[in-house]
Write a protein that binds this ligand. Structure first.
Ligand SMILES: NC(=O)c1ccc[n+]([C@@H]2O[C@H](COP(=O)([O-])OP(=O)(O)OC[C@H]3O[C@@H](n4cnc5c(N)ncnc54)[C@H](O)[C@@H]3O)[C@@H](O)[C@H]2O)c1
Ligand SMILES: [Zn+2]
Ligand SMILES: [Zn+2]
Length: 384
């Protein structure tokens, strides 16, 4: 199978031809139809975060495809089902977080395209208990961005606790922000989109933003407070920029909630007096649960949100990542895979048969060490 592999952090992905993995007990094999390219894939390929994936690995966590093989004991999906293989690849199912609907922070969680090989490949192994179930009336290419950009913004908006009729400010109108604007409108909120790119703001307006602010022109928090009579009840920061985080806290209305979902490496200063004296909540939010996934997909299947996508082949992945890094992707690129794999062989792959670590069957020592490495911080910034 063709796959795009991170072999060294900060270097272009390498197009390889690898063996198609076989599903072990409790696993399924998914033939990829489409996979979105998220800014997280860029962070992963750069090794941006303190806890890094083990090299080599195949990124991609917005993969949609058809189940083509099931391992022993699998009953929840069957061959021919259309599923999504998301960031939350699996979790233990038994810890206090899994039992209380917070499976995203399970210490045993595995992450698609990070601790497990992901969807920049023609086939992916998946855990049938954690795949997304794609509604029948949603095409693979349209479902792809929903299973990360969609779920993350939908859940993030819920985490702001902003109510219909109130204001939400969405900082970053890229892949996540575009869907966030649409979910927020569908949830009855007034939306202010903030970005540093006028083209993205013009598009945000077209898809329903009531107000747009260019953060590079003046003080965006002051502008937002003026327009909304005191700031946004909810703020959702998707921008991969530390400046945007500081500005986002400043945009939050008294007693409002600022939800952080963007993941640029580093830290940002919090103006303690303002946060305390205005009773502001700052909260991290990490993708969403399987229930959030079903809800996020239902909005898309009902036509209430629609990812604005540009289709590209897997062979274009390095140009796509380069454009994403430089802010040159309008919204979301989705890699579309040919249904006949022979169409994908023109990109000069090097044939290798090495077993990639993410492809080993569940429970191996290598996987366990990857999971242990990845004790993601509990809710990146606690409630202040
Ligand atoms: N928390 C989660 O579960 C989760 C899930 C998915 C992605 N993410 C993270 O969200 C971030 C965004 O991902 P994406 O795929 O939407 O990226 P993207 O590149 O498609 O979009 C980012 C947008 O932010 C804008 N931007 C940059 N600097 C800005 C600033 N200072 N102020 C306002 N806007 C600014 C860019 O112009 C662009 O439109 C990444 O860091 C990614 O890792 C987090
Ligand atoms: Zn993502
Ligand atoms: Zn758990």
């Amino acid at each position: 199978m063709d796959a795009a592999v991170v072999e060294q952090f900060g270097k272009p992905l390498v197009l390889r031809e690898l063996d198609i993995p076989s599903p072990g007990p409790g696993q399924i094999l998914v033939k990829t139809e489409a996979c979105g390219v998220c800014h997280t894939d860029l962070h992963a390929a750069h090794g941006d975060w303190p806890l890094k994936p083990i090299l080599p690995f195949i990124p991609g966590h917005e993969a949609i495809g058809l189940v083509v093989d099931v391992g022993s004991g699998v009953t929840i999906v069957k061959e021919g089902d259309r599923v999504g293989v998301p960031w939350l690849y699996s979790a233990c199912g038994h810890c206090e977080y899994c039992l209380t609907g917070w499976e995203t922070v399970c210490a045993q969680a595995q992450f698609g395209g990070y601790t497990k090989n992901g969807g920049f490949a023609e086939y992916i192994l998946a855990d049938p208990n954690y795949v997304a179930h794609v509604p029948a009336d949603l095409a693979a290419r349209d479902a792809a961005a929903i299973i990360c950009a969609g779920i993350t913004t939908y859940k993030g908006i819920k985490e702001t606790a902003a109510k219909p009729g109130e204001w939400i400010a969405i900082s970053g109108a890229g892949g996540l922000g575009n869907l966030g604007i649409q979910y927020a409108k569908a949830m009855g909120l007034h939306v202010c989109a903030i970005d540093i790119d006028d083209g993205k703001l013009a598009h945000a307006k077209r898809i329903g933003a009531d107000l747009v602010i260019n953060a590079s022109a003046g003080d965006p928090a002051a502008a937002l407070k003026k327009e909304t009579g005191g700031g946004a009840h909810g703020v959702l920061i998707t921008a991969p920029s530390l400046t945007a985080f500081k500005q986002g806290v400043g945009m939050t209305r008294k007693r409002g909630t600022c939800v952080l979902v963007g993941l640029p490496p580093g830290e940002f200063p919090v103006p303690l007096f303002d946060v305390v004296a205005n009773c502001i909540t700052i909260r991290g939010s990490f993708v969403g649960t399987r229930q959030d996934m079903a809800e996020a997909l239902a909005f898309a299947a009902e036509g209430k949100v629609r990812a604005d996508i540009e289709l590209q082949p897997l062979s274009a992945i390095n140009q796509v990542l380069d454009r994403l890094e430089h802010g040159d992707v309008a919204s979301r690129v989705v890699l579309e895979f040919a249904s006949d794999s022979s169409e994908m062989t023109a990109v000069g792959h090097t044939a290798v048969t090495a077993a990639f670590p993410g492809n080993v069957t569940a429970g191996s020592g290598r996987e366990a060490s990857a999971a242990a490495q990845l004790g993601y911080p509990d809710q990146a910034v606690g409630t202040v």
